[in-house]
Design a binder for this molecule. Structure first.
Ligand code: PXP
Length: 251
């Protein structure tokens, strides 16, 4: 199969985390998004959590109005978020499971266990022209359910792979097995007509094998890039990720 250039979606949530730590107006997530755009990002992702711990409603409005690349609105599948998405009409809406106690999105969405509700939930978003994405594990049941309910995209959760990779030699075999399951999940999703994305926990060290999965069209990366931005600057940090993704893609 052909391997199109992999899109890089930059998640700017943690610029807002830093801003909110001091209750000031800076650093500004929109400014980060514009810098990311200038550095070659193909899209901007922002997660409006129920508790507004990082991105706030005003940030979403500013991003929607201010950026020139696609906006991926990440949210829980609640009535409140559906209404916001229908008002904003972003390019994409990525549905994630959300628990108040978690530090970050810890697992994938249970599409198979909530398929009737989610089918009804996504219909108006699709009708409004948004590409609806399900953030799921590589479990074939979740992939098949996402196709069945009419999602356009699945984003495969790479968090476990990233954690295992970080453990080094101790967990090498487990990391490889998880990578293989992600490869098989991507192939299955593609065969069902879904566009396939991936993300969570990706870094310069672990992105290569993920970027090399041919069915993948987009990676969404946030926390690591914002950390690297402290040392390198946001533009160079993104450019390096872009370089590593292209390198892995080239074979
Ligand atoms: N994709 C989704 C659906 C996410 O929830 C997150 C985290 O907000 C990411 C990608 C990016 O993960 P990270 O910040 O670990 O790069």
């Amino acid at each position: 199969m052909t391997t199109p250039k992999l899109r890089l979606g930059v998640n700017i949530d943690h610029v807002a985390t830093l801003r909110n730590a001091r209750g000031s107006a800076w650093p500004d997530p929109l400014r980060a998004a514009l810098l990311a755009e200038a550095a070659g990002a193909d899209g901007i992702t922002a997660h409006l959590r129920e508790d507004r711990r990082h991105i706030r409603d005003g940030d979403m409005d500013a991003l929607r109005a201010g950026i020139g690349i696609p906006l991926n609105f990440e949210c829980g599948a609640t009535a409140e978020m559906q209404a916001i998405a229908l008002r904003l009409k972003p390019h994409a809406v990525c549905l994630v499971p959300e628990k108040r106690e978690e530090r970050t999105t810890e697992g994938g969405l249970d599409v198979a266990g909530d398929d009737n509700r989610l089918a009804t939930y996504i219909a108006p978003l699709r009708d409004a022209g948004c590409r609806v994405s399900m953030f799921i594990s590589h479990d074939p049941r979740q992939i098949e359910a996402s196709a069945r309910i009419g999602a356009a995209v699945v984003e495969l959760h790479t968090g476990l792979y990233s954690d295992l990779h970080a453990e080094g030699r101790e967990a090498e075999a487990e990391a490889e097995a998880e990578l293989q399951a992600l490869r098989e999940g991507a192939a299955l999703a593609h065969s069902l007509g879904l566009e396939v994305h991936a993300g969570h926990g990706l870094t310069y060290d672990n992105v290569g094998p993920i970027a090399a999965i041919p069915e993948l069209v987009e990676l969404n990366i946030g926390h690591f890039l914002m950390g690297e931005a402290v040392f390198l600057g946001l533009g160079p940090a993104i450019e390096e990720m872009r370089r590593l993704m292209d390198l892995a893609r080239a074979g």
